[in-house]
Design a protein around this ligand. Structure first.
Ligand code: MN
Length: 291
């Protein structure tokens, strides 16, 4: 199934171009404190699924165009992301030793379908887009083996890992507000029989910039999950971004970014130029050293 969050943190089941409100199937929905809601839906999904499907059958579906989709997990505990995890992208970034490394992006950088990304005020810095398949963790997991790692996968969604290139800490360069568009919804793992054979594309203002396939991943999803869970306990609702294929390119105000991932869906955001009056969001000493 396809699970979405929409409007005032309602839970929706998406079918075709329509969405059915199934919020009533989950007890204790609280729109005033919505953050734990989706992790709970995910953790308890097997038990909740019959009630969710009954609610969907009773609901009057609405066209997707009439609702506002939110990031399907608005505040995951963490966003773990793979660095340089497609062979051709590794080459375009200069090659060298593949580290097989992961880093963290701030959950506060998320925006959803139709969202707006206001660029930070960083004169002279190169800002770029990356399209990525994101894995949604379904249960608590620590020290997963590669053989068992896929058992912790709840589903998949689309993600853009927006990035400031160059010097400085990677987690900071990828964590500006708006730098992680995610969605449009979660597709449960049963609908994605082979996540290692999905075409993923990104267009900037109508021009195709990235066109790859998850078959080109350097480290597969179970390898990434095993490694990440050896460092930090994974929790329901955590996100693993699996890296980007070749074709990363520049961002500027006025751009429209669209990604499409096979079996997952299409996610679009618009990019606004930086406010020149905003503080320069970078360490002073780093800027001084760069000039
Ligand atoms: Mn990335």
């Amino acid at each position: 199934v396809r699970l979405a969050l929409f409007d005032n943190y309602r839970l929706g089941l998406v079918s075709g171009d329509e969405i059915a409100d199934v919020t009533e199937a989950v007890p204790a929905h609280d729109p005033h404190w919505p953050w734990p809601f989706m992790p709970r839906v995910i953790a308890e999904f097997d038990a909740l699924r019959p009630a969710i499907e009954r609610a969907a059958a009773r609901a009057q579906p609405r066209p997707l165009s009439q609702v506002r989709l939110l990031p399907p997990i608005p505040q995951p505990g963490k966003i773990v992301a793979a660095a340089a995890n497609y062979h051709m992208h590794h080459q375009e970034m200069g090659g060298g030793t593949l580290q097989g490394e992961v880093f963290l992006k701030a959950p506060s950088s998320l925006v959803g379908q139709g969202g707006v990304v206001r660029l930070p005020n960083l004169p002279d810095r190169k800002l770029e887009h990356e399209v990525e398949l994101a894995v949604v963790v379904g249960r608590e997991a620590r020290n997963l083996s590669e053989a068992s790692a896929m058992s912790c996968v709840f589903g998949y969604t689309g993600l853009m890992d927006l990035t400031v290139r160059g010097v400085g800490d990677r987690s900071r360069r990828k964590s500006y507000d708006g730098f992680t568009p995610m969605g449009p919804w979660i597709v449960t793992a049963d609908e994605v029989p082979d996540p290692h054979n999905l075409r993923l594309r990104l267009w900037n203002s109508g021009e195709l910039r990235q066109d790859g396939n998850t078959s080109d991943l350097v480290d597969s999803i179970p390898v990434l999950l095993a490694y990440a869970s050896s460092v930090m306990t994974l929790q329901p609702g955590d996100i693993l971004a699996t890296g980007t294929p070749a074709g990363v390119g520049p961002l500027q105000g006025g751009d429209t970014l669209v990604i499409d991932i096979e079996r997952i869906g299409r996610l679009e955001v618009s990019v606004l130029a930086a406010d020149p009056g905003a503080p320069v969001a970078e360490p002073n000493r780093l800027r001084a050293a760069a000039t």
